[in-house]
Design a protein around this ligand. Sequence first.
Ligand SMILES: Cc1cc2nc3c(=O)[nH]c(=O)nc-3n(C[C@H](O)[C@H](O)[C@H](O)COP(=O)(O)OP(=O)(O)OC[C@H]3O[C@@H](n4cnc5c(N)ncnc54)[C@H](O)[C@@H]3O)c2cc1C
Length: 378
Amino acid sequence: MKNDFSIIIIGAGVVGLSIARSLALKGQSNILIIEKEDHFGKGISSRNSEVIHSGIYYPPNSLKADLCTQGRDLLYDYCDSNQIWYSRCGKLVIAHQGQEEELAKLYLNAQKNHVPELEMIHKENIQLLEPSINAETALFIGCTGIIDAHALMTSLKRESDNADHNTLYKTKVTGAKTIESGYEISIENAMGEIEIATSDWVVNASGLESDHLARFIAQGERPTFPELQYSKGDYFKLSSKWRNHFTHLIYPLPDKRHDSLGIHLSFDQLGNTKLGPSAHWQRNRDKDYQVDSTHLDYFFDEGFTYIPELKKEDLSPDFSGIRPKIKTNDHSFSDFYISHEDVKGFPGWINLIGIDSPGLTSSLAIGEKVAQIVHSAL
Ligand SMILES: Cc1cc2nc3c(=O)[nH]c(=O)nc-3n(C[C@H](O)[C@H](O)[C@H](O)COP(=O)(O)OP(=O)(O)OC[C@H]3O[C@@H](n4cnc5c(N)ncnc54)[C@H](O)[C@@H]3O)c2cc1C
C-alpha cells in the first residue's frame, strides 16, 4: 500500500525548513512538516545570536567546518536573492597580553578551513576600528555577519508552501515504528487525539528533542544514536547609550571548558547591543528560559575585560537559549550528527542530532546535504 507521504519532516526550525526548501528544489512535493508549536521557528532558531559565522573555530574536515563555510556563502547569496536583511559587519576576536599564541592557533585553524578575509591587527588598528575596545591583538574576520533569522525562516517556509508541502502545527510526534515500506508516525493533534501518518522517509530535525525521537525507531533494540546534554546560554543587553556604538562583533578567545565561544558582543539590525551567551551545562531536560539575574557580575567581569568603559548598571537580563550538545565524556568539541540510518537498519530515516551553533549559518548547506541523501537513494 502506498504511504500517505513521501517524506515527513519533524520540526519546523531553520533546519527542518531549509531541508523542506532543498527537497522542493529537487521536485519533492508530497511532504508533511510536523511542528509541535503553533508556528515555525519557535525553538532554538529564535533564541540565538543571529550571527553568520565564518567557520574559523571548528576542526578542519569536521561537519561543522564544512557546512558552516559552505552555508555562510549560500546564506549571503540567498539573502541577496530574497531581500532578507543582513549585515556583513565583520568581527574581531581579541587577545590580551599572554594570549597571542592562542590567537595565532585560531588564525592557523581559520586558514586551514579556507576562511577568507582574515587579518591579524594590533592595538592601534583595533582602536581605529573600535575605539571603545581594549585589546593588544585581534584577528579581524571580514566575512562574519548578522542576519534576521526570522525573515530567513519566513522565506524558507514560503518556498516550502509554494511547493505544496503540508504543515501541521500544534502537533507532536509521540512515536514511530518501521513498517514494510517506510515508517508509521504517531502524532498527537491540538485536541489531544492520536493520529497516524505513514511515509517512505522521515527526517528527524526536532532540535532539542532529536535524540529522544531517534530512539522511537529502536523499539527496545538499542542502536547507538548520540545523546544530548543541554547547555543553557543567557544574554544580557546593554543600555540604550550603547546602541549603534560598535560596528564589528567582538569575541574573546573561545571558552574551551564550556565548548563555547565566550561572552561576546553582538548587535541586531536596530543596533541594540548584547553580551552573551554564557554556557551552563544543565543536569535535566527542562526548557527553562528564565535568565539568571545573579549572573550579572560574571557578565560584567567578562565584558569589562575588553570594554573598559562598561558599567554594571549598563547591563540587564535579556533572553536565553538552549544548545543541544552531543554528550562527550569531557565536554569537549562535539560535531553535528547527520546520518541516514540505513547502516543501523533503518533505511529512509535521517537523524539530525546536536545541531547547535553554527546551525543557523549552516542551515542551507544542511538542507542541501539531506536533500542529496534522499535524492540519491530514489
Ligand atoms: C544560545 C545560542 C546561540 C546561537 N547562536 C548562533 C549563531 O549566532 N549562529 C549560528 O549559526 N547558530 C547559532 N546557534 C545555533 C542555531 O540557533 C541552531 O543550530 C539552529 O537554530 C537549530 O535549528 P533546528 O531547526 O535544528 O532546531 P529548532 O529551531 O529547535 O527546531 C526544531 C523544531 O522541532 C520541534 N519539535 C521538537 N520535538 C517535536 C515533536 N516531538 N513533534 C513535533 N515537533 C517537534 C520544535 O518545536 C522546534 O520548532 C545558537 C544556538 C544557541 C542555543
